[in-house]
Structures are given as C-alpha cells and as structure tokens.
Design a binder for this molecule. Structure first.
Ligand code: NAD
Ligand code: ZN
Length: 253
C-alpha cells in the first residue's frame, strides 16, 4: 500500500512541533529485516512448545529444549540487520526530533541502526544472562557452542549457573526498573508513534494508552488494525518501513 502523503505530512508536522516525541515499537518494525512476528499464521509458536520461565529454572530437559529452539534460524536473530524503519528513527533521534524508543523487540536492531535511548521492555536476545549470578555474555558465541556440541552451556563465572537469553520469558515478570523508565517516557511524551505492534501484549501495550490519556497525540503505524486504533489521532495503515520513510520525506521536503 502506498502511504497517503496527507497522513505522512500531518505526522511530519506534529513531529516538527513536538516537545518530546517517543516511539513505541513492536515486532512489525523488524519483519522487513527478515524476523517474523509472532501472530502471523504458521508462526514460530505453531512449531515450538513455549517454555515457561519456571519450567526453565527447574527442569534440565526444558533447558535443553530451550537451547535447541534458540538454534532455529527463525529464533536466532543475531544475523539480522536494521531496515529503513529503524534507520529513520535513529536519524530522527540524532537530529533531536525523537527522544526515546520504547520497544517490545528483543532483536537489538534499534541500537544497531544507531538509536541510543532505547528502552527494551522484553530484554535482548543479543545477550545471555546467568539466572543465578546475573553475569551477562554475548549470545552469539554461546549459541554457536551449543550448535557445535548439543550441550547446554554453564555459566563461566559461577560454573553451574543456568544461562538463558537476557529476554523476558513466558511467565517471567518484566524488569520493574525498565518498566518504570518506559512509564516515565509515556507520561512525559507529547507525541507517541506506535509502530508495528498489534498492541495486545500487556503491560507493554499500556504505554501508548497511558500517553494518550495524558494528552499526547497518538499515531499508530501498522499494516493491520490494532486494539487502540479508535483512540489514535492518526492511523497509518501499511508497511512500517515505507510509512516511516514517507514521513521522513515529508519532514525533509
Ligand atoms: P505482534 O506480532 O503482536 O504484532 C506485530 C504487528 O505488526 C501485527 O499487527 C502485524 O500486522 C504488524 N506488521 C508485521 N509486519 C509489518 C510491517 N512490515 N509493516 C507494518 N506492520 C507490520 O508483535 P508485538 O506487538 O511486538 O508483540 C509480540 C511479542 O513478541 C512482543 O512481546 C515481542 O517481544 C516479541 N517478538 C519480538 C520480535 C523481535 O524482536 N523482532 C519478533 C517476534 C516477537
Ligand atoms: Zn553465573
């Protein structure tokens, strides 16, 4: 779908006039980098059993299954590269037009594109965290080691610690400090762009709702309807990359 120039122009105007613009992103901004979202038919969870956090912690067989799943090319995001959507947001931040990116994504692509103020609500798949001593490691070498040996890695620091990606698993609470930081942005912003999210996962999806209730303009960019469309000041239906590039053109033109 070709973005409507009128919509892009309106959002560009709002962005130029905003005091504190904030983006809230979901899996949809990264599908154009080759990472599938969760809610597409035939998605990854139709082929894999979801491993709950408690199960991971108590059962070595669940940990083995978890590490096997991480080796599925669809779940291994470590080779993906940012696309035009991530790049536009990074450019806006560098130009002082955008203040923060709050993301549900775990792929690290905002930072790779150059965004600096990124709040990762669900953690990052670029790192592995020891659930026992808290040490952090780069994910890729550990995933490659598992691929080569088929053995679940142990923590090099505390030797027996349970290593898991530094992401929030099913059944695991969000990091409260990270959530508070995101809430503070949602309270402060006067323009929130919700990009590539179905806005169904709570409590993260509460952030655009909160921003709107506090008086911020809410712009929703997604190729399908979302839960909060009725609340938005503008809904731009189409590809995240094309629409963000369209807004960027309106800003520059
Ligand atoms: P979601 O899968 O619920 O929704 C994604 C939305 O994006 C859908 O409505 C879809 O129609 C839309 N979409 C997909 N590609 C698009 C495109 N190119 N242009 C415009 N719209 C597009 O994703 P969510 O709301 O982020 O929630 C799912 C959960 O899954 C999150 O908790 C997130 O942590 C996790 N997740 C992350 C990644 C990632 O890091 N890239 C990938 C899959 C899932
Ligand atoms: Zn450890």
């Amino acid at each position: 779908m070709v973005p409507s120039p009128n919509h892009c122009d309106a959002v560009a105007r709002w962005l130029s006039g905003a005091r504190c613009a904030v983006a809230f992103t979901g899996a949809g901004i990264s599908t154009e980098s080759g990472i599938p979202d969760f809610r597409s038919p035939g998605g990854i969870w139709s082929r894999h059993r979801q491993i709950l956090y408690d199960e991971f912690m108590r059962d070595p067989a669940a940990r083995l299954e978890y590490w096997r799943q991480r080796c599925d090319p669809e779940l291994d995001m470590s080779a993906a590269q940012p696309n035009i959507g991530h790049q536009v947001l990074a450019r806006w931040e560098a130009a002082g037009r955008l203040h923060a990116v709050l993301t549900q994504n775990i792929d690290g692509l905002h930072q790779l594109a150059g965004s600096r103020c990124v709040v990762e609500l669900h953690g990052t798949a670029r790192q592995v965290k020891c659930q026992d001593c808290g040490s952090l490691y780069e994910a890729r070498p550990l995933i490659e080691a598992f691929r080569a040996t088929g053995r679940v890695p142990n923590c090099p620091t505390c030797t027996r610690g349970r290593l898991k990606l530094a992401t929030i698993s099913f059944g695991q609470p969000l990091d409260q400090d990270v959530l508070q930081e995101a809430l503070a942005w949602a309270e402060r912003t006067d323009l929130m762009l919700a990009i590539g999210s179905s806005l169904v996962v709570e409590p993260a999806a509460n952030l655009p709702r909160l921003a709107s209730k506090r008086g911020a303009r809410l712009v929703i960019i997604n190729r399908e309807p979302t839960r909060l469309d009725a609340m938005a000041d503008a809904v731009l239906r189409g590809s995240c990359g094309e629409l963000l590039a369209g807004i960027a053109r309106s800003l520059e033109g």
